[in-house]
Design a protein around this ligand. Structure first.
Ligand code: ATP
Length: 143
């Protein structure tokens, strides 16, 4: 694959974070394969995303079947299920996905994801808390 032209991404977990991310990427012209173990969520996003598959992302064989190793980019959008998040990230690292973004729910979780091999870790609640603080303090200047 030509990495510069490649606008495809694997998104694992179609919860609030993963689904928002996946829909935004589709709006920006990306091909998105959305994976979730919950059939109801996969059904919900089946029409909006390029491809959707019901699969357990901690299962190596299941990931192989969806072609996870062919993606240059993947996002692990699992947060609350700590073990699933770590196992799914580890599988993608083993499969040689070159850029893995992973969501963490705490700094310790994020540190573990980095140790496992995630290339980018995001902490949505921490980041948004800081951002709202910036917005709030910036607004104070207007009054
Ligand atoms: P949100 O983005 O809604 O805040 P969350 O941080 O609460 O999500 P989880 O509920 O742990 O995160 O997981 C997000 C999504 O990932 C859920 O829809 C869940 O079904 C899915 N998921 C969890 N484990 C797996 C797995 N092993 N394989 C595939 N999908 C999974």
């Amino acid at each position: 694959r030509n990495r510069n032209d490649d606008k495809s991404v694997l998104v694992i977990g179609l919860g609030r974070f993963g689904s928002s991310l996946a829909l935004e990427l589709v709006n920006r012209g990306w091909d998105v394969l959305g994976v979730d173990s919950n059939p109801r969520l996969v059904q919900t996003y089946a029409d909006a995303l390029t491809h959707t598959v019901i699969a357990d992302a901690t299962d190596e064989e299941a990931l192989r079947q969806v072609g996870a190793g062919n993606f240059n980019r993947a996002v692990v959008a699992i947060g609350t299920h700590l073990e699933e998040s770590i196992l799914a990230t580890s599988q993608l690292v083993d499969m040689g996905v070159s850029t893995i973004w992973a969501k963490a729910t705490s700094r310790r979780h994020g540190r573990i994801l980095e140790q496992v091999g995630a290339h980018h870790v995001v902490l949505p609640e921490h980041d948004m808390g800081e951002r709202v603080a910036h917005l709030l303090s910036g607004q104070m200047l207007d009054y």
